[in-house]
Structures are given as C-alpha cells and as structure tokens.
Design a protein around this ligand. Structure first.
Ligand code: ADP
Ligand code: ADP
Length: 232
C-alpha cells in the first residue's frame, strides 16, 4: 500500500487576495522510499509537507495517508493519524520545553497508548542511538541546537512511523552534526521508514533516491538519484 498519495492537489490560501501555493500536484510515495523536495523559497515545499503530514487539508484534490483520505477525517482523527503513523522533524523542533529529553521522545508512545515502562525503555534506547544516552533528564533549554535536533529525530522515530517528514533537518546545525543527522535518517530508511525531506541543499537532497523539483506550486520534474554503495 502506498504510504502517501496526492492526486490533483490544489492548495489556496486566502489572505485578502488568493495565493495558489500548490496546483495540480500528483505524487505517490511508496513504503521505504526516500524522496527529497527542492525548490525556491515560496514554491510550496512547506505546504506540501503540511498536507502529507495531515496538518492541513487541500483546497481541491485527494491526499491519502496510510489509506485515509485527509479531507474526510475529523480533526481528532487527523491528530491520531499524525501521532501513530507520521514522524515530524521540523526546523523549530517543537520540543516541549517543560519535558525532559526522555519525556519528549516518549510522547508519541503516549498517543499510541504504550505502557509507561515500555515508553521509558524505548525512549532511552532511542536517545542512546542518537548519542544522547547521558542527556535523558535534560530539558531542551539545557541542550545545544544539534542535541535538540537529535532529540527531535529520536522522537520522530519513536512510534516506528510509516512516514518521516523532515523540513531542513540540517538547517541549523554544523556540518558534522548535519552528517550525523543524515546517517540517522538513512538508518531509519534502511529499516523501512519512508522519508520525505525538504531541503535547499543539493548535497543533502542527494541522500534521497529521487528529488522532486517544485516551482510555483507545480512539480517541474522528478530526478532519480543513483545511490552508490559506500566503500567498506
Ligand atoms: P516554501 O516552503 O517552498 O518556501 P510555502 O509552502 O511556505 O513555500 O509557500 C507557498 C506559497 O504560499 C507562498 O506564496 C506563501 O507566501 C504562501 N503561504 C504559505 N503559507 C501561507 C499561509 N499560512 N497563509 C497565506 N499564504 C501562505
Ligand atoms: P552542537 O554542535 O551539538 O550544536 P554546541 O557547539 O552548540 O553543540 O554545544 C557544545 C556543547 O555545549 C554541547 O555538548 C552542550 O552540552 C553544551 N551546550 C550548548 N548549549 C548549551 C546550553 N544552552 N545549556 C547547556 N549546555 C549547552
């Protein structure tokens, strides 16, 4: 089953005048696929991510996520879908400021109704994986930018979602941290999570299997990326 499919999607915003942010977008994202989205500022990349992440509804057309057509769902059904099937890595991280790293990572598992001790175990193991095993009790404000980004990634992976959405995940971190983040995404993809990554950096986009180029709300082209096997 396709993880996300968009069919003839149009998205308009009405703020005095009408802005058409996406127009006639038809795309399929298969299980385990890795797609990057590139395009100039204002081309509709964030709008696309908000639609596939069930954060917003299209003006026209279908957005089907994990077999559910987003426009037909209630707000609470969309919240449940997001909590269990989709992992978000957005630039602002959206970590809860009063929760520790461990509690932030465990949050999606609360939605998924995991029992407390299993939530704790899973959150600790994920924080270990991202190199923050010694920071589990830190609040976000006690962590560096790169560390917060890694907490956000651990949280996105917590419920083993069908789909991981990443908006400029390496945007605010140094090169080394950025490479670590890209490795974590690759590991997740190897385990079968589909990934959609928005970036303006070609070098980052080339980690994906294909690059979707968007201009003025229209898909201009889809470029396949040949992945070479790294030297052992
Ligand atoms: P990108 O992520 O590629 O920079 P966006 O999806 O954010 O592009 O924006 C696409 C277009 O939609 C832009 O013209 C932008 O100004 C407009 N837009 C985006 N979000 C809103 C909003 N909430 N209200 C009104 N216009 C918006
Ligand atoms: P990163 O490359 O991960 O963003 P930084 O250079 O920002 O790392 O931070 C280096 C170290 O300083 C980190 O290991 C972190 O523990 C510590 N640090 C950074 N910012 C803060 C902060 N606001 N409060 C406490 N420790 C911090």
């Amino acid at each position: 089953e396709t993880v996300v499919s968009l069919d003839g999607v149009r998205k308009e915003y009405d703020l005095g005048g009408t802005v058409t942010a996406l127009d006639g977008v038809t795309l399929d994202f298969e299980p385990g696929s890795y797609s990057a989205v590139m395009g100039p500022s204002g081309s509709g990349k964030s709008t696309l991510l908000n639609l596939v992440g069930a954060l917003d509804t299209p003006t026209d057309g279908d957005v089907v996520v994990a077999g559910r057509n987003i426009p037909t769902l209630s707000e609470s059904e969309r919240v449940a879908l997001r909590g269990t099937r989709i992992g978000f890595i957005f630039q602002t991280f959206n970590l809860m400021p009063r929760l520790t790293a461990e509690e932030n990572v465990a949050l999606p598992l609360l939605f998924a109704e995991w029992e407390r001790s299993r939530r704790r175990e899973r959150a600790r193991s994920l924080l270990d994986d991202v190199g923050l095993g010694d920071r589990i009790d830190h609040l976000p404000q006690e962590l560096s930018g790169g560390q917060r980004q890694r907490v956000a990634i651990a949280r996105a992976l917590a419920s083993d979602p069908d789909l991981i959405l990443a908006d400029e995940p390496t945007g605010n971190v140094d090169t080394e941290t950025g490479e670590g983040i890209m490795r974590l995404l690759e590991d997740a993809n190897d385990r079968g999570n589909a990934i959609i990554l928005v970036t303006h950096e070609r070098r980052i986009a080339e980690h994906a299997d294909r690059i979707i180029h968007i201009t003025d709300g229209v898909v201009e082209g889809i470029e396949s990326i040949e992945q070479t096997t790294p030297e052992p």
